[in-house]
Design a protein around this ligand. Sequence first.
Ligand code: COA
Length: 187
Amino acid sequence: MDYNLLTGNKVRLTALTEDDLEKIATWYEDIEFAHLFDALPAAPRTKSQLTKWYEDFTDSNTQYLFSIKTATTNEFVGYIEISDILWNHQVGWLSIAIGEKQQRGNGFGYESMKLAIDFAFSELNLRRLQLTVFSYNESAISLYNKLGFQNEGAYREFIKRNEKAYDMLLFGLLKREWESRTKNSEK
Ligand SMILES: CC(C)(COP(=O)(O)OP(=O)(O)OC[C@H]1O[C@@H](n2cnc3c(N)ncnc32)[C@H](O)[C@@H]1OP(=O)(O)O)[C@@H](O)C(=O)NCCC(=O)NCCS
């Protein structure tokens, strides 16, 4: 494994705290962000809505929530979730947001995903991770392909935005696929 658990060259994954919620609220004020990240109506989130969301994570033993901090300046740029873990099947869902628009395209999303995947497979002992992405989110689809996720199908016309219906794609990654990629990249 190239990475220390939760610490990379560009980012660190740390516990998300209530202090981070104010910044997350500003990200949800951006309709483009909301349409890329969430199937819910694009609307600003109140502090109490976000606090409830945050408390649901901290009270749960099936979810992990990390804040993404830049390694050099410790700036809070996004967050990553491992959620809805089914411990009996060793399966979990992954979700990522680099909320700070000007910080996208710097390699933070890619490294954060690698750290979270390593954590999920080696620390939580999960054997499968999955996620969904809207068909118009080309950046995220390209990221998941680059990480080795496989497109496993589509929820056809799941999302309706601006009078048009879009598919929601399902992507999955198995632990053995990740390990063989990691081994090959170490050669
Ligand atoms: C999708 C997202 C997580 C990518 O994170 P990022 O830090 O911007 O991406 P990185 O700089 O780490 O790039 C990693 C890979 O992602 C893909 N990617 C990133 N930005 C891209 C863009 N503008 N166009 C196409 N592909 C892009 C590429 O495959 C890239 O690899 P490459 O640099 O070798 O081409 C980020 O753009 C984001 O949070 N967007 C808003 C919320 C969102 O869409 N979340 C995902 C919901 S499913």
